[in-house]
Design a protein around this ligand. Sequence first.
Ligand code: PGA
Length: 255
Amino acid sequence: MFKKTKPLIIANWKMNPETEQEAKTIASDIKEGIKNIKGINTVICPPVIFIDSVKKTLGKTILLGAQDAFVGNGSSHTGEISLEMIKKTGAKYILVGHSERRETEDTEEEIREKVSGVLKSGLKAVLCIGENERSEHGDYYHEVKIQIISALTGLQKKYTKNLVIAYEPVWAIGNKDNTALNSESLYEMAIFIKKILNDIFGQEIAKNIPILYGGSVNKNNAKELMENGKVNGLLIGRESLKVQNFIEIIKKIKA
Ligand code: PGA
């Protein structure tokens, strides 16, 4: 059911850092720190305004992603950045439906349109899902199921090869104690997600869709989450901006 793949580590910089110079420095330090580590796909998603200079700093070894994209038609959309524009920067991944966007911006319907728009454009869509809370009753399973079904219903099978699922329990994202979900519960959720993907697309396709974990990943829990949680990679917020910690996470996963 779980296919072992090259780990995919995605850095979500959110609205950080403040300046282009800082972005370049962080990117160049990360590049230097992981230059001898092979066999891991690292992707950095900076604010769009920094993508170009971060890309120039990184060269080809580390891939770029965007944190969102506009998928509609036409150009009269003040403040938006189109998929085509993002594609031209060289970014290969787009986060879709991150919980911070679900809170204020993206509806389930928009998320469905974004997933399909991104995949049809040939870019990789990282669909973010995850429950708000974990109650004893287990209703979080239902919450996650609805999010997946709603985002992927109607998606043609031929577009699934660039689909990535990032399971990020919202309560674990950015939390003060930096406490992630434990790896046993992650494994259970990963099985559940695979089962839903099986139901929608069939086993052959479902087994190839990578599942990532995100939410308070740090250098102490990263390896265990990946190994015992049986996920294909991690989506990392705060710790991806702390260069030494991020490098250590990648080194530990490789070790
Ligand atoms: P965090 O954020 O690693 O800071 O908890 C993860 C995310 O928002 O993707």
